[in-house]
Design a protein around this ligand. Structure first.
Ligand code: BG6
Ligand code: MG
Length: 231
């Protein structure tokens, strides 16, 4: 009886036609705050106080590009060697936080929502700029859940370039038009939109206004909503 209901339900919402592409930091897990703390600590060495507002420009972009942005903001110059060392220091500091992580840091609504996607046979991929993505997923026990994982090691062009989402769609064998991106970063939303996908912003409306819709967390979206977005 239960399985019959399930079949009826999935037929009704045509879930085979939807795929979800998730950013990691700030969408699946609360690591965005650790990136901020690590950059803040580094910038302090040059007497630069990185603000939360400035940090919005770092979200979603690669480690190297983030450092370039901070140096510009701080009006600070580093030699090639010092630049490489700064990247390494930042990552070591970030990994100190990551190493303490466990599944309690999965963001509200995520575990339930992924479970619902599985129940409805909706495929989903990770699409994160982070080169630490697999390590983080392992820490929070979600590594095996995703149908595909595309991360910072798999792309040449970082967000806002659409490459990462195009690659995720291709890996899932899904049409671009049927993909829905979940993003907390302006650069990520722009990447999803330039890929021609629907984008759900996770966070504040006034920051993420380029998204198709903005929600606070994944408790605010249903499988039915996904279907309507694609229709
Ligand atoms: C993104 C974060 O997910 O990954 C960025 O939003 C970060 O803040 C980028 O710079 C790269 O991460 P990592 O772990 O490779 O330094
Ligand atoms: Mg993010």
């Amino acid at each position: 009886m239960l399985s019959k209901n399930k079949i009826l339900l999935s037929k009704g919402i045509n879930t085979k036609m939807v795929a979800c592409l998730f950013d990691l930091d700030g969408v699946i897990v609360d690591t965005a705050k650790y990136h901020f703390l690590a950059w803040k600590r580094l910038a302090k060495e040059w007497n630069f106080e990185l603000t939360e507002e400035q940090n919005e420009h770092l979200k979603g972009v690669s480690r190297t590009e983030s450092l370039e942005i901070i140096l510009k903001l701080a009006n600070h110059h580093l030699s090639k060697e010092a630049f490489e060392k700064a990247l390494q220091d930042k990552n070591e500091c970030f990994l100190e936080f990551v190493n303490q992580m466990n599944e309690s840091e999965i963001l509200e609504g995520v575990a339930d929502f992924l479970q619902q996607l599985k129940q409805h046979h909706i495929t989903f991929s990770l699409a994160s700029s982070s080169k630490n993505a697999r390590n983080i997923l392992q820490k929070i026990g979600l590594l095996e859940k995703f149908d595909a994982i595309i991360d910072g090691n798999d792309i040449i062009n970082g967000k806002p370039h659409p490459e990462i989402f195009e690659k995720a769609a291709k890996t899932l064998n899904m049409n671009i038009k049927n993909c829905i991106v979940f993003e907390d970063a302006v650069a990520g939303i722009q990447a999803g939109k330039s890929a021609g996908m629907k984008v759900i912003g996770i966070g504040e409306k006034h920051i993420l206004h380029e998204a198709d819709i903005v929600i606070k967390n994944l408790t605010e979206i249903s499988i039915e909503d996904l279907k309507k977005m694609i229709a």
